[in-house]
Design a protein around this ligand. Sequence first.
Ligand SMILES: Nc1nc2c(ncn2[C@@H]2O[C@H](COP(=O)(O)OP(=O)(O)OP(=O)(O)O)[C@@H](O)[C@H]2O)c(=O)[nH]1
Ligand SMILES: [Mg+2]
Length: 1116
Amino acid sequence: MDPTTLDRIIELQKNPASIRNLCILAHVDHGKTTLADCLVASNGIISSRQAGKLRYLDSREDEQIRGITMKSSAISLHFQEGDEDFLLNLIDSPGHVDFSSEVSTAVRLCDGAIVVVDAVEGVCPQTQVVLRQAWLENIRPVLVINKIDRLIVELKFTPQEAYAHLQKIMEQVNAITGTLFTSRVMEKQAEKTKEEQGCETPLEDQVYDWSAGLEEADDSHLYFSPDQGNVVFASALDGWGFSIRHFALMYSERMGINPEVLLKTLWGDFYLNAKAKKIMKGAQVKGKKPLFVQLVLDNIWSLYNAVVTHRDKEKVEKVLASLGVKVMARDSRHSDPKVLLSAICSQWLPVSQAVLSMVCNKLPSPIQITAERVEKLMSVGVRRFDTLPERTQELKNAFLQCSSNENAPVIVFVSKMVAVETKALPHNKKRPLTQAKISQCRELARQRHAERMAAAQQNHSVNALVDIQSGRLCKGDEIATEGLKESKTEEQRETFIAFARVYSGVVQKGQRIFILGPKYDPAQGLSMLPEHCNPSDSLPEVPHLSCCSIENIYLLMGRELEELEEVPSGNVLGIRGLEDFILKSATISTTPACPPFTPLNIEASPIVRVAIEPKHPGEMPKLVRGMRLLNQADPCAEVLIQETGEHVLITAGEVHLQRCLDDIKKFAKIEISASKPIIPFRETVVRPPKVDMVNEDLGKQQKVAVIHQVKDEVSHGRATGTLHVDSSGLVTLTTPNKLATVSVRAIPLPQEVTCLLENSSALIRTLEQVNMTLREGRNLDISVRTLEAITDLKAQLESKLQGRKWRDAVEHIWAFGPRRCGPNILLNKLEGYQRPSFWQYLCQEDKSGKDGAQTKNTREFDNSIVSGFQLATLSGPMCEEPLMGVCFCIERWDVQSLNWKHENTFEEMATFQEALGTIKAPESTDALEVTPTHPSQAKRYQDITSADCYGHVSGQLIAAMKEACRHAFQAQPQRLMAAMYTCEIMTTADVLGKVYGVVGKREGRILHEEMKEGTEIFIIKAVVPVAESFGFADEIRKKTSGRASPQMVFSHWEVISSDPYWVPTTEEEYLHFGEKADSSNQALKYMNAVRRRKGLYVEEKIVEHAEKQRTLSKNK
Ligand SMILES: Nc1nc2c(ncn2[C@@H]2O[C@H](COP(=O)(O)OP(=O)(O)OP(=O)(O)O)[C@@H](O)[C@H]2O)c(=O)[nH]1
Ligand SMILES: [Mg+2]
């Protein structure tokens, strides 16, 4: 980088008012990177001829090959408007759904965003997602409607049609903003009324306010409108773009109209009355040309017509003259008319000028950060801002002031870690020399040469020898040090650079700082650390807090990094030296009072799993290292070692998977092989079907079948003597020591309840945490919003679990599972067993103090029952996949309470083993009442009672509960559930049939299709099972010659209707399917595939009625 530019940027970094941190967001392929190219070219980093072709910010090889962005990357630009200088920290983000986590990391560091929308495709699914993301982070968006050239060249719209089309796009975008705004106002209003209710009027006096505050809230500044100056119309590829201010200023001079009036009327239903020389309203009604068409679009259309469509030289000359633009002869002679077009447009309507000026005027600087956003960033998890320690609350001012004072605390947020090749770091790179340096070196060399020549003349023979020797020596040294360096780089080929932003203070090279993990609690930290402590002091250990030094700091310049000494508040930067302390994201500060920032809103859920192994087994450690690096470098990918010992990688989709595999190869530098994607399933139970497979009414037949099945189970149970299954599906199981008995029944949950639980898992986890702290006797202040969400969840569950079967069910919920927050319920149906309610936090609000006595009522081993349930729901009996939508009711639970001590150690177990020789294992409770005869046996005896020959009672109970749940599950009709993608496909009418064909073949379902108004584009929404989705995008692209491409996002779980255990039972079924019924059963296929993968027993006949092969020729 040019040193003068660098100096200017360093200077600008010190003035937060002139900084804009922004990102470019859009749906995939709407032209973000192309637009970024134009902006980068304005700084001379790339030539303007290359802008749009180079895609400078797509620096990875695979990004260039595939033509999509996969990682967000930042670049700092300088822009001058009038007398003012601005520093723009620009982040380009990917648009593909698989990489939406990268968008989250970009949005967090910015104050504003450019939302790009393709003029032909309009608002697409990802456009909605990014608008929501920007909204959730409280950052301000501006709009660029890109690819307007396609309206002219491809769709061949008239200017009038194009105007109507653009208006529609604007409406669509504003509709989304409107919904987001309304929901926020509603939320705030609800919060306010809740607070008021808490302190004031009783409920009956409340009059429900339907308006919900919408009338009072001013939202006019939120919407996109060209006259507000927050919209630019552009064609990034052709290098032009404008906001209507440009035309307003131009025509106000020519026509002598006040520019402000033109600015207000240029976009909208206004027209020019030539006779009266006035601007009038009502162009549409009177059939007149709107001003925008007449003054703006007509000009652009005629330029395109002259240059691209008709290639009319004379006309071009005229246009050039009227625009006052000069082009080089080689551009006007070029065979590609687009070259001439770009040459004209980049002078007439330079897109970078339009966009950057809008950005500087409309987006906030770091000083303008709102208090609301700061509170949101600081209130981590369920905590309320006002419950944070006082010193923490004071830090809010530091955020708001964005001060770079010496005393200002340093607060930095790292949103992701970027792997950079160590040799690409600035200090390892040879820098190009400046002109001055070159001449200096030349001068030095000349002097040295002259000296040497003089010396040589004096003492020719002796010196020559020494010279050669020392020369050799020098060389030898070099080789040695090089060897050392090589071995070092071998160890550390990748260095992680933290992608971060400074919110307060000045970050300096070599500075000591605290790193706050996501779970760090400032209250705890402050109480454990001495006051006014420093990260460089030796301090006691505090959970989730560590200290380290910043090694280097960098200015992020796309592919390049520029080393800096310090970065003041309000800037985006790269930090080296944190890789051992930060996994994916973290907060950095010089004060332990700083809270960790709220975690990023990551929208994509990792769903595609593959098992990875190295080609050569000996390279396993390298693979493990590669996977560890990937885990750190990718915000969304997960790596883990499964119970089976496989190394598993979980990614958001197929494209993401491919990129992660490439990354692992690069990090580990070995050949790897990945398994076929491991497709997740869920297991569930359903109500007995009413019709059989040929749609005949089942009546009692099914019952017969169930009883038949149950009988099997019973006979099995008798064999072990501990299991009993009755005809209604109630399973009773006794522990091996016969001390405890549980009876469990499995019931399917209504679908909407399962959905609700699935979506509320984070909330349930929070509630579980709250319950845990309550059990420990502590209290946790949770925010009003969380409390409201919990109350709402309970109310929703109550309304959805109606009927006799579910009476009081919500109150009696014992636990959720698996992992204590999953979509299965454990229900307490025991008579007379009062345990603290799952909703005790809510009850505590009503009758504070009363619950203390209740808490004590928990029976011994309550936890064992929950653990058994957790294990049972984690892997079901069909193919050991997690359960979903199952409610287990405990109807009986007997346990002989003997006041056993159950915290035996292994040594005590050993003593017990010895003792077994002398004392018989207890057969029943009576046996335990025998008092030991010898006093020395007394302790031993106590030990034995707590662990009989079948192990600890609690352990036995866990196992018994798990088994009981599994049997109860099997006593119901079982089904598999498949993960489903929703998939939006944008296509043209002529290939619609082909798209339908592919969706059908992949077992997908079309939900709806609609045609975009005014275009030939169809939007199809479909669901496709994840299991069938691999290669789906490629197949569609191939079949439609690239005219349709799907965007798939995980949506929900769906029950596969066919029964994997189905065998024909009714006569009709025999007739229809034959005795063997070996026609394809999708559910069975999936189930067996999973079982085979997991090494479980698969019941399959490989050969039936085999016959010995004969050689036919012999029999002839
Ligand atoms: N006709 C036309 N094509 C454009 C324009 N801008 C971009 N494109 C083309 O659109 C395609 C996608 O452009 P990109 O800039 O890579 O899109 P992107 O939004 O960065 O895509 P992702 O990063 O993958 O989400 C490229 O083929 C561009 O040449 C434009 O103004 N007009
Ligand atoms: Mg891109």
